[in-house]
Design a binder for this molecule. Structure first.
Ligand SMILES: [Zn+2]
Length: 186
């Protein structure tokens, strides 16, 4: 039989306070087994800024400050192998600014009052038109051991013909940043 406990008795309930961390945004993290965990989450929730390894403050969602980010980006750019500029499309490192002619580069440098050497140019690589992989396109609908050529041989042959034309003409659809840095010297 269960022991009898009266509503107003000390046995029924006793006051208890719980240790933990309250963040500035009103969230309570109880210490439970790991006070460090609770403190970290409360501080993270309540803060807006952190201190960078260099001592500068930065917004909490970045791991380092703007100055350190710029410095690291400069180092990454400098570490890319150099290739002489030969008039091919180039872009500014880590940007969506592309130049398709010397004139484009000169206009941009003049409008932004920036030296050619400071532009941090990257040689671009072409995005070629891809071939049609019709067996992949219809893989979900095709029976496991069949190809488009089994079901629709004329269409498979046309696709093959189209792919041959794509490989022969190699149309360039667009450009993407490549792996080499370059410099326009004017
Ligand atoms: Zn920093």
């Amino acid at each position: 039989m269960q022991n009898k406990i009266l509503y107003n008795s000390k046995e029924a309930a006793k006051p208890k306070t719980m240790d933990g961390w309250l963040s500035a945004d009103g969230h309570f993290w109880p210490n439970k087994d790991d006070p460090k965990f609770a403190e970290h989450h409360a501080r993270w929730g309540g803060c807006t800024h952190k201190i960078c390894e260099c001592g500068n403050e930065h917004e909490k969602h970045y791991t380092i400050c703007t100055a350190c980010r710029n410095k690291k980006a400069k180092e990454r750019y400098g570490a890319m192998p150099f290739q002489e500029y030969n008039g091919e499309p180039v872009c500014i490192f880590q940007s969506d600014i592309y130049f398709f002619s010397e004139e484009d580069i000169e206009d941009y440098a003049r409008d932004n009052e920036i030296d050619f050497a400071a532009l941090e140019l990257v040689v671009c690589e072409p995005n070629y038109m891809r071939c049609f992989e019709i067996d992949d396109m219809y893989a979900d609908e095709l029976p496991e051991d069949q190809y488009v050529s089994d079901v629709a041989p004329d269409i498979a042959a046309k696709a093959e013909e189209l792919n041959e034309l794509i490989l022969k003409e190699k149309p360039i659809l667009s450009w993407r940043p490549g792996k080499h840095r370059t410099e326009y010297r004017g």
